[in-house]
Design a protein around this ligand. Structure first.
Ligand code: PHE
Length: 506
């Protein structure tokens, strides 16, 4: 908190009024007394001033919840008529100090009877005696004395009649509360304000209250009033609330940015399903069925449905490609391809499944396609790994497409994302040749962002694709880490409001 040195100059007229009122009240006062003493017309003005003074460190405040009491409906009646037991007591004394219960009915109503008798006994003002078939009430010495005195609760009732909304001794209130509707209780928060050391100093230096202009209006300017009056200087160090409006989550914003870039480079967007068969996710991509990536510990398989049917002709064709290369000119992997394995159900492990399916559906060039979608892997969650993450997938299918072009497109994409320095390193994927890994230079080291390459004939020929297809699959969250300066990839999926608010728009 910045507290500017206080000379009185930075204080508004209302703030000064509060300080002066507090001085008059001896340094500490209830808010409502400050309003009165300070001569405030509006409570609001005083409250604003107190808030500012507190922010400036010139006053401290304490809130106190108080219970205030007033007379209830029955309470008003009691004040008028007196307590039933008191009336009863006086009546008994008037009639010689002992009367029958029946006679008591001459002075208290039927409803009041049990109250009167009960309290007479409770207070020890009278005793009850049985004589033959009569019940008698006899005054005690205490009762005699009390006839002309005032009990604490009587005093309180009278006091509340004169001063509704007061605090009262809790013991007496306890007694009164046992009678229905006699008192009404209200919780009131009262604010106590005290001058701080700094506030005291300011007051001691002397405060001059001058009428000043706090807000310029066209009227003040036109009338020339501004020439005659003091204009309050702005305090540029003053606290102002930060307004955080709604905005897309950083990852959503990044996804949109990636989308814009590919669209602007002439690509078209496609989508696909999360649940796929092994056939489309792996087999058509010439990933051998015993490839380590297919293991249970890497891929999430679904129990239900048990299988996804695959077109018979396609299945037979791919079986041959895997076993001996089929018509692709390849020798294949030389193992026995399982159709059952091909129909197994999984959560897609990469979005290459989207682009390969697209090629099967659109074997004619040219095509520039991209997709941004979630993929699922059986990965342990840590600072750089997520079991669910987004891939930025793309292909270029055209006559004469080549490796240099692939490098150029990737470089251009990252350049537009704000990364000038990327490098491509030889890598291996069963479905591309050549294959490359994309790395970007960030914070003095290289970080892996994804894979790319040119689809092998074993992948393209069965789809009826005769021209080269450039392909890539890049991580979105890794990119987000770099863009947002995160050390932990998991931050992207923790809804930390402060972080979300503080993160600038991409
Ligand atoms: N599918 C690969 C992955 O998930 C990336 C890739 C896509 C590699 C296309 C080459 C071609 O890592």
């Amino acid at each position: 908190m910045q507290n500017t040195d206080v000379t009185g100059e930075e204080l508004s007229a209302n703030e000064k009024k509060v300080l002066i009122a507090l001085q008059k009240l001896g340094g500490t006062g209830l808010f409502r007394d400050i309003v009165k003493t300070g001569g405030f017309k509006e409570e609001n003005e005083a409250m604003n001033a107190v808030s500012w003074l507190r922010y400036k460190g010139m006053v401290t405040t304490k809130e106190e919840v108080k219970k205030l009491y007033s007379l209830g409906k029955e309470g008003e009646k009691l004040v008028e008529k007196g307590l039933p037991e008191k009336r009863a007591l006086k009546y008994i004394i008037k009639n010689g100090g002992i009367i029958t219960l029946t006679k008591l009915q001459e002075t208290v109503t039927k409803d009041e009877m049990p109250i009167a008798v009960g309290w007479l006994k409770k207070r020890g003002w009278a005793t009850i005696k049985r004589e033959r078939d009569k019940v008698l009430l006899e005054v005690t010495p205490v009762g005699k004395k009390m006839a002309d005195g005032e009990t604490e609760d009587e005093k309180t009732l009278l006091f509340l009649k004169k001063h509704p909304g007061s605090t009262v001794d809790p013991k007496v209130i306890g007694l009164l509360k046992t009678r229905k509707n006699v008192v009404e209780e209200k919780d009131v928060v009262s604010l106590e304000v005290s001058l701080s050391e700094k506030g005291k100093q300011a007051v001691e230096k002397g405060l001059r209250i001058e009428e000043e202009i706090t807000q310029l209006t066209s009227k003040i300017i036109k009338s020339g009033e501004w020439r005659r009056k003091k204009i309050r200087p702005y305090d540029i160090n003053v606290f102002a609330p930060v307004i955080s409006g709604g905005k897309p989550h950083p990852l959503v914003a990044l996804r949109n940015r990636v989308r814009e870039i590919f669209l602007s480079m002439g690509f078209e967007e496609i989508e696909g399903n999360y649940v796929e068969s092994c056939f489309w996710n792996m087999d058509v991509l010439f990933i051998p069925q015993d490839h380590p990536a297919r293991e249970m510990q890497d891929t999430l398989y679904c129990k239900k449905p048990k299988k996804i049917e695959v077109d018979k002709k396609l299945l037979n064709m791919i079986k041959r490609v895997h076993e001996d290369g089929g018509d692709t000119g390849s020798k294949g992997w030389n193992y026995s391809f399982s159709k059952k394995e091909a129909k197994r159900v999984l959560l897609r492990t990469h979005t290459t499944v989207n682009t390969i399916r697209y090629l099967y559906e659109h074997p004619e060039p040219p095509a520039k396609i991209f997709s941004i979608g979630k993929v699922f892997r059986r990965e342990n969650l840590d600072a750089t790994h997520l079991p669910e993450f987004y891939q930025i997938e793309g292909i270029i299918h055209e006559e004469g497409a080549n490796f240099r072009q692939l490098i150029g497109v990737l470089k251009e994409f990252y350049r537009r994302m704000g990364f000038e320095k990327i490098r491509l390193r030889p890598a291996y994927f069963p479905y591309t040749e050549p294959s490359m890994e994309v790395e970007v230079f960030w914070n003095s080291s290289w970080m892996e962002l994804g894979g790319s390459g040119i689809f092998r004939p074993e992948v393209t020929l069965p789809a009826g694709v005769k021209n080269p297809v450039l392909a890539w699959g890049l991580g979105l969250e890794r990119l987000a880490m770099l863009k947002l300066g995160l050390n932990d990839i998991r931050s992207l999926y923790i809804s930390d409001l402060q972080w979300l608010r503080d993160t600038p728009l991409l």
